[in-house]
Design a protein around this ligand. Structure first.
Ligand SMILES: [Zn+2]
Length: 462
């Protein structure tokens, strides 16, 4: 019965994995400093191979045939722009038309004895979740990339770490575990969230075993730290030596440890990580090509301009992702491929600005509600609680921007003028503004009932 059964350790040539994708710490000693020529040479040979594989998958073949391109047209990196992009709506349509896996998988479940695989779903915060089949190779490289992230955040080989992510249908908890165990020889305590292992018990584990870092989200780590403080501890006395928790920047001064930004998503796992220079998120360019495109047309935008992050992975053997328009808004760090203060030539993503599918076109200008928040943040007296409505009046379309202020109502009129002028100067569009007291927007943002407050509504008649 074992004849024909290929186990994960047989299905993956680990020597080949580390030759193509160096793990940490080696990665940060050599490949991190690859020259632009070295980076682009690797990318071109890898993307050609990926294109060939994607063309064998119906989802991609249909789109490429319709656009009149095939993998044979890819002879330089600039040729990539000819290939059509797709987004989550296209993936959802594929799942609907070819249930339950869609026609975008490069693997089929009936191959599992020969090609060990895992099935994970996206979080599905909006709409139905998206299944992805991962080969054993994809898991090996994906966790290796995650280990690079952990290493940059200060996790070191042999550390005792605690994984406080919840196991669910997504690959979140698993990839952190695999990264720490498989690539950094960390001793992983699997605690899960506070609902599974109480926060006081987690704190006890941290102290008893000298846990050097906790894998979780910044908000939960903060709760853990506050629990320690209530028991009379100074947070700096906790045994932490690294801060790899996601969105944990606010904890940097509390714990005296650095925390760098990152970017990643379900289908491809972690794409890049920031560095001590704190000037954008370096893309792991041996494993990804990232373009910034216009969220509506999919056409490339110049370096430095805001658009949607479009990702082509260069490492998978299972389900390809070839020019996936993520609709996450960002820009390539101004100047394109320039050397960072840290010495790396890898391109950087600068500042994440929200979702491209929120884009609203007002009198010919593309606006994202998140851009408004950036302007709001520069005005003293305003909070980050805001709501934007698109309306249609007699003089055409308009935006109404409402922002909460904790100051007295006497200042509201002045603040509204200041906000309007600042938006005009920064975004080159005239809008209506109003300042409101705390709580006034709660019905619109659904702050009390929604885990993620809403910030935009289009009230224009269709
Ligand atoms: Zn850097």
């Amino acid at each position: 019965l074992a004849i024909g059964l290929r186990r994960p350790w047989q299905a993956v040539d680990y020597g080949e994995v580390v030759r193509l994708f160096p793990p940490p710490p080696e990665y940060f000693e050599q490949a991190w400093y690859d020259t632009p020529e070295q980076i682009e040479h690797k990318q071109l040979s890898r993307v050609k191979e990926r294109a060939q594989r994607a063309y064998a998958v119906p989802f991609f073949r249909k789109r490429w045939d319709a656009s009149g391109v095939s993998h044979r047209d890819l002879t330089s990196l600039s040729d990539l722009a000819m290939f059509p992009t797709y987004d989550v709506e296209d993936i959802r349509d594929s799942v609907r038309d070819f249930p339950p896996y869609g026609d975008y998988q490069g693997l089929s479940p009936d191959q599992a004895c020969d090609e060990p695989m895992r099935l994970y779903m996206s979080g599905g915060t909006t709409g139905k979740s998206r299944p992805t089949l991962y080969s054993a190779w994809d898991r090996a490289v994906g966790s290796l990339l995650m280990a690079r992230y952990l290493y940059m955040q200060g996790v070191r080989p042999g550390d005792i770490v605690m994984n406080s992510w919840a196991y669910s249908t997504h690959n979140g908890a698993a990839i952190w575990d695999e990264a720490a165990y498989q690539w950094l020889n960390c001793i992983v305590i699997t605690a899960s969230t506070g609902a599974v292992t109480s926060t006081s018990r987690q704190l006890e584990l941290v102290q008893t075993y000298g846990v050097s870092s906790v894998f979780t989200i910044g908000d939960y780590l903060l709760r853990l730290v506050e629990t320690a403080e209530r028991s009379g501890m100074n947070p700096k006395d906790l045994p932490f030596t690294a801060l790899p928790a996601m969105s944990a920047q606010a904890l940097e001064p509390v714990l005296g440890l650095p925390s760098y930004d990152s970017y990643g998503f379900h289908e491809v796992q972690v794409v890049g990580v920031g560095c001590p220079a704190r000037q954008g998120v370096h893309i792991f360019e041996d494993a990804f090509i990232v373009d910034i495109v216009d969220p509506e047309t999919g056409l490339a935008v110049p370096d430095g301009e805001l658009g949607a992050i479009c990702v082509t992975e260069l490492y998978k053997t299972g389900s390809p992702q070839f020019r996936f328009n993520t609709m996450d808004l960002s820009s390539i760090y101004p100047g394109g491929r320039i050397q960072c203060e840290c010495g790396s030539w890898q391109k950087r993503l600068s500042g994440f600005r929200g979702r491209g599918d929120n884009m609203v076109r007002i009198r010919g200008v593309n606006i994202w509600p998140e851009q408004i928040l950036e302007v709001v943040a520069t005005i003293p007296g305003l909070t980050s609680d805001y709501f934007v409505r698109a309306v249609r009046g007699e003089s055409g379309d308009n935006l109404v921007v409402s922002v909460v202020s904790g100051e007295g109502a006497a200042n509201f009129a002045d603040l509204a003028i200041e906000l309007r002028n600042r938006i005009k100067a920064e975004l080159e569009v005239t809008v209506e503004t109003e300042i409101v007291p705390p709580g006034a927007l709660d019905d619109l943002t659904e702050a009390a009932t929604s885990p993620k407050p809403k910030r935009f509504r289009d009230d224009r008649p269709v």
